[in-house]
Design a protein around this ligand. Sequence first.
Ligand code: SF4
Ligand code: SF4
Length: 469
Amino acid sequence: MTSQAPSDSSQEFRDSLGIVSKEGKRNWIYPKKPKGKFYRARTALSILLLLFFFAAPFLIHNGNPVFLFNIFDRKFIILGIVLGPHDFFILLLAMISLAVFAFLFTTIFGRVFCGWVCPQTIFMEMVYRKIEYLIEGDASKQRALKKAPWNLEKVLKKGSKQIIFWGISFLVANTFLMWIIGPGELFKIVVAPPEEHLAELASITVFSFVFYGVFAWFREQACILVCPYGRLQGVLLDENSLVVAYDFTRGEPRGKLRKLRGVRNLGDCVDCRMCVDVCPTGIDIRNGTQLECVNCAACIDACNAVMEKTGRSKGLIRYASLKGIRDKSKFKFSPRAFSYSAVILLLTGIITYMLLTRTDFEVNILRTPGLLSQQQPEGKISNLYDVKITNKTFSDATILLRLKDPDGEIKVIGEDKMTSRKQAITEGKVLVILNEKNLKGIITPVKIAVYAEGKEVDEISTSFLGRVE
Ligand code: SF4
Ligand code: SF4
């Protein structure tokens, strides 16, 4: 982990975790309710993201959900584009790009994702924590309630909080399942007798308990001890990365406002510990960048309020790079940041191109090898072709082939019409019959239009072998 502790502070804090007591027990964190510009911006963004999370499974386009991640049936719908097993390469590239994107983005912008967009932080800080503040009050009241004997008020407060937490977890679990199977399937499970959907009901219950356990009890430990992305910070961040940072060049030596000011030449930090009090992971950002920091910016808001009250300029804690603080320079895009951004853009471009040029059907029509042309009545001549159709959609389709150029006809061998099965490769044989007068020598180029359910989905160019004189 790239870090810079203030020059005069010890590195002892690295020997322990803020969430673990000296006796090895859990230190329950009671962060003070944040207030300020960043908290308001995060709340607004969270509302948008939560609306998206709860509403997106209900969005329908052309009879299909706009988003679906059905891992069981290997059916994925992203922005209305249906992707299945045949789109393995697109999905693989998308996953690789996402990983590369996460690495590169973190190297430049630090852990900003964690504080602003990560579902764990959003649900924890913007849903569950807000409910806790509403029922139990701010940090000091929560501590007092914990210490208080069990009386009616405590039972009501603690009980109602846990019931609401459970209700939200149940709602989240159901929405989560809708992202996987769609609202229609979930509705079928809800209305059918329970014994018909035991597995699904069991997964909803398990998901609900997991969410409840994470947000009611496990909390910040998910970010600090479990999240693999958080674990990777140590190797991803460097001194140029933008992080929530304490300006030790300006803040140190710190000192209490009344006691020491005027006695010693102190820095701007008045050692009020407001930045520590609001931290949901229980750390002191003045010790430098730490693994536990989720970049939620609560300490920025808290410190800015203190700076304002004490007549100092804001930004003692701010988004900055370690190099920027040390050299007193503004955050600049380094050549490395530019090259990383170029890679991100390139990958996004490739995926967009693949998605836009992707077709629902892939059709191959090749003349059957080893066969010459066949003479037909009325001065006509035919060639036999092998047809291979890959149907990437999730419904069967009737396929029709029509000769576009030159004039002629196509006959499906064996059947009246060709049916392409969903998510499968269908093979067949067709005869292309041309009038001899339309031949352009031994080889005549032909164009065949392919229709699925009456809609032209492809145009194939192939060749027709004429009669050898
Ligand atoms: S140090 Fe600041 S930004 Fe980091 S988690 Fe704590 S309050 Fe949030
Ligand atoms: S909130 Fe600001 S002034 Fe107060 S202790 Fe933290 S860094 Fe120092």
